[in-house]
Design a protein around this ligand. Structure first.
Ligand code: ATP
Length: 364
């Protein structure tokens, strides 16, 4: 059992508020990814859970017990950093066994735990090597093994994959996911890489300027982003966002702007309201005969291998559309895009929060 509850957690460094009133519940066995741009407070939040940075305010509970003031050694947590921080003069086996030797565990227990964790992580053939004789990926696995050898209830990971090349990162990502399933421990993983977050997390917590923007499954944050920030951060390319006005036309609500008319299929209400209209690249098609139209000019075409993404200027907004290669349009072409109205997103232009209609719009 390892549930982490975070209540009103705050950390200031002088005038900078790195983490601002964060409430977060991480259930036992969760793989929570803290995601956000550089400087949003991810590492500070993780370090507070680890006990390495004291909070300015708020509480951290582990399985119901307040650990806010508990020293790091006495929390049943393991932490893996971006830098592997292995002891260069020790072999892989001795590096991995180090936390148990430091706790003066019996020799037989150390041997048996090191054997189990190295087997799980595929390190059994490397036990006699020293860190300098390993690849980056192997070193990162040794660092993971050293963290996991104590069988901690919670494993905290701070960008552990960021030093690996793209191929190794993909492979290690899959290994970590498998390891999490096998161990059943609670993982809290920090990254600014949205692909890592989408592929590994059971839940993603998106941070922006020290505040939590949204917590949800990868599908929830991608399909129903709670704000323009989340919509713009998750997804490659990011969701196209443009200022529009919702108005009732013959009893049907439309989102309209210059060269844009998207019937929304929402309960009609006699209102006019400014919004931000959001559409993902995969929910737009080129040409088409649907009623939901956006007129634009192609500014850039990117070749992604199997697909191409055309970035189109609609008014002053950059709206990406993706299609199988060849996409058949070139820079400078005037294009009509058809949107899937059921997949259109609406946000409040001032707060940036998602709007839901019931039947009048409310922010979530
Ligand atoms: P990155 O992805 O770049 O590592 P992050 O999201 O992990 O960023 P943090 O390292 O938590 O962000 O930093 C959050 C904010 O707090 C930043 O503005 C940072 O400059 C500031 N900060 C972090 N640690 C300290 C410190 N020890 N002293 C002063 N300011 C700090």
């Amino acid at each position: 059992m390892s549930r982490i509850e975070i209540e009103g957690l705050m950390r200031r460094f002088g005038r900078v508020t790195a983490v601002d009133a964060v409430d977060l519940d991480v259930p036992d066995g969760d793989f929570l990814v803290l995601l956000g741009p550089s400087g949003c407070g991810k590492s500070t939040l993780l370090r507070m859970i680890a006990g390495l940075t004291p909070p300015s305010a708020g509480r951290i509970l582990l399985d119901g017990a307040d650990i806010t003031a508990t020293p790091p050694r006495e929390r049943n947590l393991a932490m893996v950093f971006q830098s592997y921080a292995l002891y260069p003069h020790l072999t892989v086996a001795r590096n991995i066994g180090f936390p148990l030797r430091a706790r003066r565990r019996p020799r037989t227990e150390i041997d048996s735990r090191v054997e189990t964790v190295t087997r799980v992580l595929g390190l059994a053939d490397l036990l006699d090597r020293r860190p300098k004789e390993l690849s980056g990926g192997q070193r990162q696995r040794v660092a993971l093994a050293r963290a996991l050898v104590r069988d901690p209830g919670v494993c905290l990971l701070d960008e552990p994959l960021s030093n690996l090349d793209a191929t190794l990162r993909t492979a290690t990502r899959a290994e970590l996911t498998e390891l999490h399933t096998r161990l059943g421990a609670t993982f809290v993983h920090v990254t600014h890489d949205q692909v890592e977050a989408m592929t590994m997390a059971t839940r993603i917590a998106v941070l922006n300027g020290g505040r939590l923007e949204q917590v949800g499954t990868p599908a929830q944050v991608y399909d129903e982003p709670a704000s323009t920030f989340v919509a713009g951060f998750l997804g490659s390319p990011a969701m196209g966002l443009l200022p529009a006005r919702v108005e009732s036309v013959d009893g049907v609500l439309h989102a309209r702007a210059d060269g844009v008319d998207v019937p929304l299929g929402l309960p009609a209400a006699d209102l006019t309201r400014e919004v931000v209209l959001g559409v993902r690249a995969e929910h737009l098609s080129l040409g088409g005969t649907g009623a939901a139209r956006l007129q634009g000019v192609v500014r850039l075409v990117e070749n992604l291998g199997s697909e191409e993404v055309a970035h189109c200027l609609v008014g002053e907004a950059r709206i990406p559309v993706r299609a199988p290669r060849p996409i058949g349009i070139a820079v400078g072409d005037a294009v009509t895009l058809t949107a899937d109205p059921a997949r259109a997103h609406l946000f409040d232009p001032t707060s940036g929060r998602r709007l839901v209609w019931q039947p009048t719009p409310v922010s979530v």
